[in-house]
Unconditional design. Structure first.
Length: 113
């Protein structure tokens, strides 16, 4: 648990599928439906001086954001909720990052969740 008021911390207990996971905290820990969590990398990334190799600092990196969709006493089921829109058509595509096929030229924009 965090010392910051209103903040609840837990750990990923199980990955259920590509969009859902279970965390080890639930209703009795103060979790509510719709509560959002940032899932961080297991260990912070060390930033080293390129010359000396000395560790200068460490930074946490977010892997995914999830929202509580099912609440139980001791666990919560969370699901990813961010959506990215991929542009369609030849004028919307960023041609420097990928090759656009013939089908891509006429495909409408779509969302990736």
């Amino acid at each position: 648990m965090s010392n910051q008021p209103g903040r609840v911390e837990g750990r990923v207990a199980a990955i259920l599928n590509a969009r859902e996971l279970a965390i080890n905290i639930g209703r009795k820990h103060g979790v509510c439906l719709g509560m959002k969590f940032a899932v961080l990398a297991e260990t912070p990334l060390e930033i080293r001086d390129p010359i000396s190799g000395e560790v200068l600092d460490a930074v946490d990196r977010e892997k995914v954001r999830v929202e509580t969709t099912e609440l139980r006493e001791r666990i919560s089921i969370c699901r990813t909720y961010r959506v990215r829109t991929i542009p369609g058509g030849p004028l919307c595509a960023d041609l420097t990052n990928y090759v656009v096929g013939l089908a891509d030229l006429t495909r409408p924009s779509h969302k990736i969740t």
